[in-house]
Design a protein around this ligand. Structure first.
Ligand code: BYC
Length: 332
């Protein structure tokens, strides 16, 4: 959708003596809340930061289809199945908008896929956990999509136009996803003792990984300061994590489910919920490829890529035929 006439990608070289002035003008545009568009001049580091974040975001959406896709054939009713198929399709669509937004920065989609499949590019840590029961589909919608919304609403105001605009629709769909997840949890929490136990077990397993989704603590977040100056990020990792906790704990109370944190308490002075320590070793292990499902997820993506080779070949052959026909017509 953004791929027309983007050949220059704002990459015209700026003479060394003008670089500082160009960077200052760029920052002034950001400070004035102007959107940066694909053909505008931008510092190379800004472009690279966006390519990194948007492509990782796209990969997260695509890999994120797998844990829930695991339950499509076993959804408990036709209605649940239809809703889950729609949700998983939405995630695929989000990936596509985001790959398109990243392409406006001058990277090819094939290159992004290669980075994902080789393990060079990250995707969200959360999708390296297994979906063991139907309640996990509820917990993902409620917690994972809930965390995603908290992180993504501010990205609708990101300084880079194509990323910000892609996020508007994504956030609307995520909001529906969050509600469908909460509704599954509510049904289970108000169901039989076995259903209630299943909901509690899913919360026990998904709570801490959801808290980790927001990224490392601010003190260890190497990109945050610059990304906030460039208004790619509007809030720090810890600020968003706290907002999520403050919104989600009362929802768990409404469900009458217990958050798996004995140190969780309301801090009257700060007017926030305080939580116990986060196991950052677990987070780092998942990022290094050693989470419960890292290998399985990449294998599934590689298999899908290989199985889709004939579609890419057919599309390329069709495009070549169209181009040849176009050339014949203009020669005639
Ligand atoms: N998992 O300096 P930091 C969804 C990495 S999908 C893995 O704080 P930054 C959904 C980070 O990349 C939603 N890696 O980084 C789909 C960096 O490594 P590199 C996914 C993580 O970028 C299907 C390093 O740690 N959402 O909603 O300033 C079904 C240092 O971190 C994670 C997005 O992608 C993590 N959790 O901030 C259901 C949102 N956290 O790149 C739902 C867009 C950090 O230097 N992304 N790392 O090697 C962002 O907002 C930011 O990139 C982050 C990290 C807040 C995630």
């Amino acid at each position: 959708m953004y791929t027309q006439a983007l050949d220059s990608h704002g990459r015209e070289p700026v003479p060394a003596e003008e670089a500082a002035a160009a960077a200052a003008r760029f920052q002034a545009r950001i400070d004035a809340e102007e959107k940066i568009e694909p053909k505008d001049w931008m510092p190379e580091a800004y472009r690279q930061t966006l390519i990194r974040q948007i492509s990782q975001h796209a990969h997260s959406e695509i890999v994120g289809m797998l844990p829930e896709g695991n339950w499509i054939t076993r959804a408990p009713t036709l209605r649940r199945k239809a809703v889950l198929i729609a949700k998983v399709q939405d995630e695929g669509g989000h990936g596509m908008y985001l790959y398109s937004a990243a392409e406006t920065l001058g990277i090819e989609r094939a290159q992004m896929f290669t980075q994902l499949l080789s393990g060079a590019a990250k995707y969200s840590s959360i999708f390296n956990y297994p979906t063991l029961t139907w309640a996990d589909v509820g917990a993902i919608g409620w917690l994972v999509d809930g965390a995603a919304i908290m992180n993504q609403i501010p990205i609708c105001r990101c300084s880079y136009g194509p990323y910000a605009r892609a996020m508007v629709r994504i956030c609307k769909e995520e909001s529906f996803h969050q509600r469908q997840g909460f509704e599954i949890m509510l049904t289970l929490a108000r169901g039989s003792a076995a259903q209630r136990a299943m909901a509690q077990d899913a919360l026990d397993r998904w709570w801490w990984p959801s808290i980790m989704m927001f990224g490392p603590p601010d003190a260890d977040s190497r990109h945050s300061a610059q990304s906030m100056r460039w208004k790619i990020k509007r809030f720090s990792n810890d600020e968003l994590r706290q907002k999520f906790i403050d919104v989600t704990v009362p929802q768990a109370q409404f469900l009458e489910l217990a958050i798996p944190d004995p140190l969780l308490r309301w801090d009257e002075a700060l007017q926030h919920f305080a939580i116990g320590p986060i196991d950052w070793n677990e987070f780092q292990a998942v990022l290094k490829g050693n989470g419960p499902c890292n290998r399985e997820r990449l294998e599934a993506r590689r298999a899908a890529y290989e199985a889709g080779a004939w579609v890419r070949e057919a599309a390329a052959a069709h495009a070549a035929r169209q181009a040849a026909r176009g050339a014949e017509v203009s020669a005639a």
